[in-house]
Design a binder for this molecule. Structure first.
Ligand code: SF4
Length: 176
């Protein structure tokens, strides 16, 4: 019988650092491309990322089991610094649908759009590669981040997690 992965009361720091390094790399490249397009676009992109973070803290992290603790992303600790604790029942009230993924995808699409415009202005292999890196990091990194480092060890996931349920449903549909 397959052994169940260990559940972390608080995640080891190396997991938090690896996950954040990958995330910062992907979004950092995205921001760089938008700044190449123009400072205003770069600032707007960073504002958009901050808005997504703010929404996540306010809607999910405050109600998560890891509020005040070191979750896989380090957000539980940050949430407790800036936001009041929420209702744990709220965490699993919402059911995720593919449309909920759109804001996250836009954070990848904006840098690609910036890259395409920059390539039309002057073709450069550097821009071409940079433009493909954020989606590549996202699609290759997420199965490791969520599939190996975060979700299998997550206490909130064992209680209930709409994101986990959503991705498990997608996986089982792919297998059919
Ligand atoms: S199960 Fe995964 S997606 Fe859900 S709260 Fe835990 S780490 Fe986050």
């Amino acid at each position: 019988m397959k052994k169940k992965p260990r559940v972390f009361e608080e995640y080891p720091l190396w997991i938090v650092l690896v996950i954040n390094a990958v995330t910062i790399l992907a979004y950092g490249i995205g921001a760089y491309l938008l700044f190449l397009l123009g400072a205003v676009w770069g600032i707007l992109y960073i504002a958009y990322l901050l808005f997504l973070e703010f929404r996540l803290y306010r809607e999910s992290c405050v109600s998560c089991y890891y509020y005040g603790k070191l979750c896989a992303f380090g957000k539980g600790k940050i949430a407790a610094r800036f936001f009041e604790v929420g209702d744990p029942n709220k965490f699993f009230e919402k059911e995720l649908s593919p449309s909920d993924m759109i804001p996250q995808f836009l954070a990848l699409i904006f840098p690609m759009a910036a890259g395409i415009i920059l390539l039309f202005r002057t073709f450069s292999w550097e821009i071409f590669v940079l433009m493909l890196l954020p989606p590549a990091i996202w699609f290759l990194g997420n199965p490791i981040i969520y599939g190996k480092l975060a979700c299998p060890h997550c206490k909130q996931g064992r209680i209930c997690c709409p994101a986990n349920d959503f991705f498990s449903k997608m996986q089982s549909r792919k297998k059919k």
